[in-house]
Design a protein around this ligand. Sequence first.
Ligand SMILES: Cc1cc2nc3c(=O)[nH]c(=O)nc-3n(C[C@H](O)[C@H](O)[C@H](O)COP(=O)(O)OP(=O)(O)OC[C@H]3O[C@@H](n4cnc5c(N)ncnc54)[C@H](O)[C@@H]3O)c2cc1C
Length: 549
Amino acid sequence: MHKPRTSLQTHDVTNQPRPPGDLDLLSDPALFDPLMASFARRDAGSRDTQTAGQHIPHLTAFAKQVGARETRELGRQADENPPRLKAFNAQGERIDEVEFHPAYHALMKIGLEAGVSSRAWSHPGGGQIAHAALLYMMSWADSGVTCPMSMTYAAQPVLRQSDWASVWAEKARTPAYDPKAIPLAQKSAATIGMAMTEKQGGSDLRTNTTRASALSPQEVELTGHKWFCSAPMCDAFLTLAYEDQGLSCFLAPRWHPDGSRNQIEIQRLKDKMGDRSNASSEIEYRGAYARRIGAPGRGIATIIQMAHHTRYDCMIGSASGMRQAVCRAAFHVSQRTAFQKTLIDHPLMRAVIADLALESEAAIALTMRVGAGFDLSSENEREAALSRALTPLAKFWICKHQPAVVSEALECFGGIGFVEETGMARLFRTSPLNAIWEGSGNIMALDLQRALSDKTVRAVFNEDLTRIAAEIPETATLVEGLRSERPENLRLFAQQAALVFSADALAGSALRDMYVQTRILNPTPIWGAFAGRVDLTPAIARTTNWMMG
Ligand SMILES: Cc1cc2nc3c(=O)[nH]c(=O)nc-3n(C[C@H](O)[C@H](O)[C@H](O)COP(=O)(O)OP(=O)(O)OC[C@H]3O[C@@H](n4cnc5c(N)ncnc54)[C@H](O)[C@@H]3O)c2cc1C
């Protein structure tokens, strides 16, 4: 691009920071360090001889590809050109298709070919952790496209529950993007969506009214609606519906086995505040063909495996959204001056950037800790039990922090942060999403207690608390309170547990002392309002050194 004119007739344009250029996302220590720690934890806890290091060359290449300015520009274009519903063709016949901007397709291709949805399953040794790194980095380009990628990833444990669905499982874990609206047999790869939420209730799925009428012992016709069905161009949707035995889980393909379009009608696309590149729709099943997955009447138990994995993805997405906002803010204030000083050299700004940087690093560290549990769960009962508790806990905490972190980072830009062109507004509009989707905060706090009502889960949770209190004595008071099996306020319980496990996840990090001092010993509700002397340099340097190259 030719250099813009800075010398204008009425004034010279000065003191306007440049946007970041190409970024090598894996060279950010906030990602690299916890990723390596998580790989090491997985290798130490696994009997598998395949080490997690197998993923590093792949992640290194993807970090450069997706961090490139050109790829991030695709994200801007996809966000500014939202999808459009094509319910009918020119002849008035129903097609129920959604038209996306070419940038959306380009990003889907980049992410799916790199294995954002598939690598966790195709390369098991550390694959779940590698998935976290891939999804985290993909979100730097655009978080909207990560929605279908995430659902396709998370559908695997459900699709594996019925033999007949293996063809779907196989195509959903093929590292390719095939956007054509055609039957599965003709496709090289597939994406999977989920349809659970109805108008009368999303948290309480027992209120679903969609009915399934039997066509055969396994096959049904669905009648009813779904109020939120994201990425409606997916090839099939995991769906909850009632049959005589209770609420069951079904897979509703977009194409009927007879080769015709299935009776799934898209009513409209939601006018959403964020994640605009991705379509979220309202749909109706009008006698739509579907096939049961799992046991009849066990729909929630069947689909919960998907929710467990999408909750993992929610925390990954939020950790990424926070880190992007903080890095952008640090980059901006390292270039802009006010009152004869670069903004980052003003003590109050230093405190804010350091505090936000710390929060983003803690979120990534906790996410990667959870990721190691996902990898080890299949061979280690202790890790599986701990993962059951840490997943709702980390989702509650990390997703809830995203809007606050992004908002403060946006404020660091001053007025231009409020302007769409900087990309900060886009990060802000998207920031509340992960806290709502797949179980809002209260539901996560309740789910944590449900998890802890299991004796095995409670025992390993308590064991870890004891270990952490011994390693970080400043957590001892919080840990004592967390032993209570009947906490008065479940949100407070979740908050305190998250603080303890976040401090633990920062083991080996230069930032752990700062975390303990500012979150556990002297917490204050405002960013950068530290009580007492705090060494801000490591948190700032880790961020600015990377961003400023
Ligand atoms: C962008 C976007 C995309 C989505 N995509 C999909 C999709 O593809 N498929 C799909 O099925 N759904 C999807 N959803 C729906 C989402 O999962 C639900 O919105 C969510 O589960 C909450 O359900 P609800 O909206 O009915 O809220 P409600 O269930 O009415 O909850 C409202 C509030 O009440 C709280 N609450 C509920 N029960 C309790 C309780 N017992 N105690 C205390 N508080 C409680 C909740 O935490 C929440 O804050 C999407 C949502 C969004 C925003």
